[in-house]
Design a protein around this ligand. Structure first.
Ligand SMILES: [Zn+2]
Ligand SMILES: [Zn+2]
Ligand SMILES: [Zn+2]
Length: 482
């Protein structure tokens, strides 16, 4: 990068050569207008597997700047909005796909619910209440108005949602930060056990079959619970799980198939089984700070709503979950970085930018990480997620199509477009020939030259191109809707 050049100068230099600029914009387009693409340097060729003949060659040298731009594919809105938008669209299809599973597109007879599993309380926190006061003083004159540390149990401020105070404990000493972090670290295991408990609950709640009580083994022979879930960080730093859960039947002759469950397995049974399981399941926590042995449980609040196999419900719940799929803990808990920070970044950045309660939480994760009792939780690697160790978005295998299947569908579509254009290089994720075209082998030699655009001018131009692209699509969409 030439430092003395202004951003405008860099943009003008980029556009100076018409051919060069056209090639560069084609690359930016292929990278989906990613704001921090990976720059690859190298070459590749497709070889006919049968004859050994080289069918096509490609070298990044022919690109402007000698590098190939590839989308970063980050799911996080705060890192790369265009790549996050694509991820969100894919997530939408994954979630929506499960509302109409693959048994002839007829979802009638598959009971389905959207359930939100919450965390318990780890101490009272400041809250934003739509212009209302944070926490009214309770109990009047006779009631307890301060905690054992002499701090008020009320707060008459009216907080904005963006207020750094929201989610902070009313009393730092009352707040159970270690409990909160250990809960986050255990929520993945808590969910895994919850699924097992749901099968038990189904057995306990199912009507007798053939006049005999239903066992868990019998339930697993005839019913399957499929789900997709998203973790959402609350302002106070704990995770909630939003789960789309569906009851399927099992075809004994073809277990891979998704069929409707027997009629007695209805939405009421599913709802009751989830509540039954949520109330009973627990995970033992490591014993720390000389505390009594404790377990992680779900909070008392469990929200379960039926989802109908209607297009409007499908779009609504898929959109609702997809929105969370691109969020990070940093989007909810102000002051946290959006990705794994360098070893000491949080401390260095500390100078007042991180709210005190967030700093206290990250310090707690670090402290627990050093304790032998917590070794299995590998907390040192999860400071930036306040102990949470799982994937933000995940699903059971048979819930619906996968992200990989969507990517393959997109590639196939591009292949067909390219075939039509008779230009092997015009499109694709990278502009490279496909490594999976029948009968050919892709041979390549690549290295990463860097992350992000080489100049700020390039980045600004890419953003402008992205905006124009989205506007053009919007115009097209509105035109089609009319
Ligand atoms: Zn990107
Ligand atoms: Zn308050
Ligand atoms: Zn207190």
């Amino acid at each position: 990068m030439i430092k003395s050049q202004t951003v405008l100068g860099q943009m003008i230099a980029r556009m100076a050569d018409e051919d060069d600029y056209r090639r560069w914009t084609a690359q930016v387009e292929r990278a989906g207008h990613c704001v921090r693409p990976v720059r690859l340097v190298g070459s590749a060729m497709t070889v006919n597997a049968a004859t050994g003949e080289i069918e096509a060659t490609y070298a990044s040298e022919q690109e402007p700047g000698g590098a190939l731009l590839v989308a970063c594919k980050d799911r996080r809105e705060s890192v790369c909005p265009p790549c996050a938008a694509r991820y969100r669209a894919d997530a939408w299809h994954v979630f929506a796909g499960g509302v109409t599973p693959d048994d002839g597109g007829d979802q009638v007879g598959h009971p389905m619910v959207l359930a939100t599993f919450t965390a318990p309380s780890f101490g009272r926190v400041h809250a934003a209440r739509d212009g209302g006061v944070c926490r009214a003083a309770r109990g009047g004159r006779r009631g307890k108005r301060t905690c054992e540390h002499g701090r008020p149990l009320w707060c008459h401020a009216r907080h904005e949602a963006a207020d750094g105070m929201v989610g902070a404990p009313l009393c730092e000493d009352c707040a159970d930060l270690a409990g909160l972090v250990l809960w986050n670290a255990s929520v993945g295991e808590l969910w895994r056990r919850t699924v097992i408990y749901v099968y038990r609950a189904l057995a306990a709640l199912a009507p007798a079959l053939d006049g005999r009580a239903v066992t868990v083994r019998r339930v697993r022979e005839v019913l399957r619970i499929s789900y997709a879930k998203v973790a959402e960080f609350q302002k106070r730093g704990v995770v909630h799980l939003h789960v789309l859960a569906r009851l399927d039947g099992v075809n004994p002759d073809d277990p891979e198939q998704t069929i409707a469950p027997p009629a007695w397995a209805d939405v009421n049974l599913l709802t009751a089984a989830l509540a039954h399981a949520a109330a009973r399941v627990s995970v033992p926590l490591p014993v720390v700070d000389g505390r009594a042995a404790a377990v992680a449980r779900w909070g008392a609040q469990l929200d379960v709503r039926p989802v109908q196999p209607r297009e409007v419900d499908r779009a609504r719940v898929a959109g609702y979950l997809a929105k969370y799929a691109t969020k990070t803990v940093g989007d909810s808990v102000s002051g946290l970085p959006s990705s794994r920070p360098r070893a000491d970044e949080l401390d260095v950045d500390g100078g007042g930018r991180i709210p005190a309660h967030v700093a206290a939480l990250t310090a707690t994760v670090r402290r627990l990480a050093r304790l032998g009792a917590c070794r299995a939780l590998r907390l040192a690697r999860h400071v930036h997620t306040l102990g949470f160790r799982g994937h933000v978005t995940s699903k059971s295998r048979r819930y619906s199509t996968t992200f990989a299947a969507l990517r393959e569908a997109r590639r196939a579509w591009r292949r067909s477009q390219r075939a039509r254009e008779r230009d092997p290089w015009a499109g694709g994720d990278t502009g490279l020939p496909d490594d999976d075209r029948a009968g050919t082998v892709l041979v390549g030699d690549w290295r990463v030259a860097g992350i992000g655009y080489r100049t700020l001018g390039d980045r600004v131009l890419a953003e402008v191109l992205g905006r124009e692209h989205r506007q053009a699509r919007e115009v097209l969409r509105l035109g089609l809707a009319e």
